[in-house]
Design a protein around this ligand. Sequence first.
Ligand code: IVH
Length: 689
Amino acid sequence: MTCRDRPVESLTSDEAETELAALAAEIATHDKAYHRDDAPTISDADYDALVTRNAAIEARFPLLARPDSPSRRIGAAPAAGFAKVTHAVPMLSLGNAFGDDEVTEFVARVRRFLGLDPDEPVVLLAEPKIDGLSISLRYENGVFVRGATRGDGTTGEDVTANLRTVDDILGTLPGGAPEILEIRGEVYMSKGDFADLNARQAKAGGKTFANPRNAAAGSLRQKDPAVTAERPLGMFAYAWGEVVGAAWATHGDYLETLQEWGFRVNPDSRRCADLSETTALYRDLENRRASLPYDIDGVVYKVDRVDWQKRLGQVARAPRWAIAHKFSAERATTTVEAIEVQVGRTGTLTPVARLAPVTVGGVVVSRATLHNEDYIADRDIRVGDTAIVQRAGDVIPQVVEVVIDDAHTKRPAYRFPTECPRCGSDAVREAGAAARRCVGGLVCPAQAVERLKHFVSRDAFDIEGLGAKQIETFREDGLICAPPDIFDLQWDELAWRRGWGEKSADNLMAAIAERRTIPLDRFILALGIRQVGQATARVLARHYGNLASWRDAMDAARVVGSEARQDLAGIDGIGPSMIDDLIAFFGEGRNREIMEALTERLTVADVTAPPADESPLAGKTVVFTGTLETMTRAEAKATAEALGAKVAGSISARTDIVVAGPGAGSKLRKARDLGLDVLDETGWRDLVG
Ligand code: IVH
């Protein structure tokens, strides 16, 4: 669970840590979908928002930046199935410029870095930025020996056999070729070939592609090179990797050599003597963009002189000597026919516009994301409006704005649903959150599978033999729709199932029976209340002691200012937005029905304190200070309390143990002054086992 919609400034370090972990996982999934599987599931803009949020959190909490952070990766690691190739010279990415100013600034930076006189010309070689996938072709003594995709920039996939089927790729270079030369460029599919391929695929019931880039990538990553051979792929060459036995003074000279050898170099590549020439070329290409036979998404400017390129070098994952001047998104006008609201697997309501079909940048668009409630309200988007839609190389297009005319004004304003369109439960919006969410997680069919998987997960009910896979099939077959159904499963419903039998049915029935008594913290966790993870569930369980007290307290806490609300707010580790989530959960009648149904079938065990004499912490007072690195503060506190300790917020002579992490300040000094026992996190872990 994350607090994704909260401003970065309001995150605690625990929350930041949790969110960075979630972002790393989520972005990695999207990277794989995009780079490896060629099937992106979110728009570029939404993806960029995730990357930006990750960077913003890292900027505020630099020490929490993860080794697997998206800020340290390019693309996705290679797919399984192809051999890996470590590039002799990494394949870099490019920095972006989104306007003429940023190009001017790029040239100024180059000048400053090289210390050039103001009248020294900086010649740039401009090339269209092809929207395909980059590859590296290794020639040894003029013979093509290996071809690889970019992968994560360091390691790519060996697609040699497939690349040999591409006409633009030479098997041998003419005589006099260098000892080693890695030629780099972009493999692409033309717009016409993409449309034909999709039509053929659709007719044959095969996979269709969202855009030419994905079609090119999918075609190149075929297991069988014969399939690639049937796909019309082209390649433009534009860079080098490792080179032994050759040198070029300028990038333009290199392109000429490539062309003489028989490679395709983009015909719109030009040497530009100054910024007026780059701007003219940019405008010209932008005008011709839609009529070019292949997709381009900008113009790349490269410092022409190779000696300067070498001096400029690279920063992070992009060269200082090149930049991509991106085109703005392609747009079209159409009608909003309806606004539909989808419910995601975790309960987020996402509005989508159904549009009169329109061609945007060569692709027919009939749906566009509207992101969230505010996005619609800010633009006052109404059903029937004339809308401007855009695609920025995106798979999922966006409605940018609607035409505000008389007809618009006469249409009723759109009212975002406050009930879940799938299950009718309340759809609530937390303070500061962008999304509205369905709180009927336990009953909502859109969320059922995720919630059921969570319910049986390791830290919750942990029912042996009932994992994510079984949950999915049992739900498909209508055996389990909501958690209580698990406890109504019948032996003979299981024993006849394909792949099952008497023994497996016995085992699962026994595993379920074992969980008919469950500790309160596991029960709370299993309910899947937003933001209530394992640590919070433990804190709540310890604080309230038994199910009835907790339930009564949550009911009473619905009244603002009530004693129960104050008590809840006073628990260390429970913040205001978590209280909102708890209250929303208990406010939904259907969640209560499910809890009722569960308690009719189960015994939820009360929390019992461990016998004092068995715990090294019994009766001790513990203070935590500084940042904990392997657990959250709430978790550490719950552990301490579970072992019979009291956790205090400040140091005094009555403190027994101080656990100090990085950044501990005055409390640590005071502890030392008082001569108290100070442990680091490892020491603490050793103590509590
Ligand atoms: S040069 C060291 N030139 O854009 C510089 N890249 O956003 C390496 N691309 O990974 C790249 N057309 O896949 C270069 N004319 C061009 C390009 C181009 C398309 C792609 C390439 C690269 C990505 C960076």
